[in-house]
Design a protein around this ligand. Structure first.
Ligand code: CA
Length: 230
């Protein structure tokens, strides 16, 4: 049974979401403040987190940031208030995997969560090699871990997906649009932009690139990116 943690302080919405997730067969954990949510996410290790941004004690951004700082790559879907595109971008930069804007349709949210759970760490293992090494970096696809010089490196869910996709298609130039579609599931303008891809590439480079004479993710002018062994 998949476990979802819902962090939301609006009682009505929390109840509505809980009810729907239970109906879909999830085990539901709930938290009403940011600090409670963070504690539960770390302790209970849910398969997915549905996280509100405006929360008492600790806002959703802080929860997300602290979760990622502690090497937790649990998929997180963020709920933002209407007309806060900046929040969406900030959320992705901090490692959110998807978002909905309030007010949202419950069916859309359920579908997005389902997709995150299927792609998540406890989902079906990806085909192909289980370990890929380049330089002093070791990427383990199952369980999803990345080590550099023997030390585990904290990657967000999307950063890992991006690295994995580029490795699986190494030597080929992959366009930003393809990455947006494959990694973020975006095929129209939902507030996710090609800048999001660039940010994630730059995060990967700074987390894994130290010591390499050349970047392992090469920018291809006006097109996208290509993975090459450094
Ligand atoms: Ca709220």
């Amino acid at each position: 049974m998949k476990r979802v943690l819902i962090v939301e302080d609006e009682e009505g919405l929390l109840e509505g979401l809980s009810h729907n997730f239970k109906y879909e067969g999830y085990e539901v954990l709930t938290a009403r403040t940011g600090s409670e949510g963070l504690k539960m996410a770390l302790k209970q290790k849910p398969d997915v987190v549905v996280l509100d941004i405006m929360l008492p004690e600790k806002d959703g951004f802080t929860v997300l940031k602290e979760l990622r700082q502690r090497h937790r790559d649990i998929p997180v879907l963020v709920m933002t208030a209407r007309n806060f595109e900046a929040d969406v971008l900030k959320g992705f930069d901090l490692g959110a995997d998807d978002y909905v804007t309030k007010p949202f349709g419950i069916k859309e949210l359920m579908a997005r969560v389902k997709r995150l759970v299927q792609r998540g760490p406890s989902g079906a293992p990806a085909p192909g090699p289980t370990i890929y090494k380049f330089g002093d970096v070791e990427v383990r696809f199952e369980p999803r871990e990345v080590h550099k010089s023997g030390e585990q490196v904290a990657l967000s869910f999307k950063e890992f997906e991006l690295l994995k996709y580029l490795i699986e298609h190494r030597g080929r130039t992959v366009s930003r649009e393809e990455l947006l579609e494959e990694i973020w599931g975006v095929d129209e303008d939902l507030g996710v932009t090609t800048r999001t891809v660039d940010t994630h590439v730059s995060n990967l480079r700074s987390k894994l690139g130290a010591g390499f004479a050349q970047p392992f993710i090469v920018a291809v002018h006006k097109v996208g990116y290509k993975f090459v062994e450094p």
